[in-house]
Design a protein around this ligand. Structure first.
Ligand code: SAH
Length: 365
């Protein structure tokens, strides 16, 4: 039983079962034992790999996309380039390197990184030490100063805690309690939650990403005051489905959600329909979601790859082709070589009335 397990067990023994949402929050973000606080999980040696770590083309294309969005915004002389949950800082480093080809854009930028993990902040500092700008770090979105901005969120919303409800005539919230042997076990709240109106077959699970929706509402509300655009890339579905997608991943393998809290990454698929609704309700415009494969193709990943291949040695050529398989070509949905092309979706939120950002124009009828 690890230290965080003991702490959670003591909380439950004293005050009763806790919500899954609180459990997930503690497991990920506990100030000492939380997963993101205590380990560096991304990369070949970590628990999982993300698109910017697959190949530099990913961050470079997003940097060029941001330069074009800035142009569509009317080239504001000062622009906040904000990243939520920047991980190792790789996406931002690649984006800034590419952005230098548009010097007026590069000179307009000040970079803001929203990150809760000290471990990651230290790595970001190192990765971005030669990027030519001095980023500002913030513990929370609220601390990012006002002004026109472009916000990037890659695999950020999936890290925010979810709630589960199970239907048995009413929706009862899933809680984490104690098993007789001291282990953590799922249970249900004694009373149903009356605010959920829909009905379903007995045993149906409803997963709600309320933390993600609340954050999206706050971001979108700010966008109504100042020209701004958000780009969110994540795995998830564009239509609502019942069922749970919460998963624990450790050493590139699935693990038990309730075992060894703080030692495995806990994520849930992003409910893009819910995120889009939250942004729209707060007064922003929404485009997409479209698949990551389509987005990267429209941004020219295959053209960029062909250019890189011309100057590449044999090993680099193989890497570029493998990266295209992972990032942009539809392929297997599961396993360590799973393609992100269709599982991952891209959503854009803009201030009302702003031109449609590159990658999404063809969808506007
Ligand atoms: N965007 C990166 C990292 C994804 S992992 C990439 O694509 O590689 C999720 C990141 O979000 C980590 O940096 C984690 O520390 C950070 N994070 C998780 N919850 C957060 C929160 N509530 N606020 C800010 N950052 C958070």
């Amino acid at each position: 039983m690890n230290a965080l397990h003991q702490e959670i067990a003591a909380m439950i023994a004293e005050a009763g079962p806790i919500s899954l949402e609180l459990y997930m929050k503690l497991a990920l973000a506990h100030p000492i034992h939380g997963y993101y606080r205590s380990r560096l999980p991304i990369g070949a040696e970590g628990d999982f790999i993300t698109a910017p770590e697959v190949h530099q083309m990913f961050g470079e294309l997003i940097g060029l996309w941001a330069a074009e969005v800035w142009r569509l915004m009317g080239e504001p002389p000062h622009l906040h380039l904000v990243e939520l949950g920047p991980g190792r800082g790789t996406l931002m480093a690649d984006a800034l390197r590419a952005a230098r080809v548009v010097p007026t854009f590069f000179d307009a930028l000040d970079v803001h990184l929203v990150e809760t993990s000290e471990t990651f902040t230290a790595v970001q500092r190192e990765t971005l030490s030669t990027c030519g700008v001095a980023p500002a770090w913030h513990l929370a979105w609220d601390d990012v100063p006002k002004g026109p901005m472009i916000v990037i969120a890659n695999e950020f919303f999936d890290a925010l805690p979810v709630r589960h409800y199970v239907f048995d005539g009413g929706w009862r919230e899933r809680l984490v309690g104690l098993a007789p042997d001291g282990g953590l076990a799922f249970g249900l709240a004694p009373e149903p939650s009356p605010e959920i109106g829909v009905k379903a077959a007995p045993g149906t699970i409803l997963e709600l990403g309320l933390a993600a929706q609340e954050m999206m509402s706050e971001i979108a509300a700010r966008f109504t005051a100042e020209a701004s655009v958000l780009l969110a890339l994540d795995y998830g579905s564009d239509a609502f489905h019942f069922g749970e997608t919460l998963q624990a991943v450790r050493d590139h393998r699935f693990a038990n959600v309730l075992e060894d809290p703080g030692q495995a990454d806990l994520t849930a698929h992003v409910d893009f329909a819910g995120l889009a609704r939250a942004a729209y309700k707060a007064g922003a415009a929404v485009h997409g979601p479209i698949s990551q494969g389509l987005f990267l193709t429209r941004l020219g990943i295959f053209t960029r790859a062909a250019q890189l291949v011309q100057r590449a040695d044999a090993r680099q050529k193989t890497e570029i082709d493998a990266a295209l398989d992972r990032l942009a070509r539809p392929g297997p949905q599961a396993g360590p070589r799973a393609s992100m092309a269709e599982l991952f979706k891209v959503l854009v939120v803009t201030s009302p009335g702003l031109a449609i950002p590159p990658g999404f124009e063809a969808d506007a009828a």
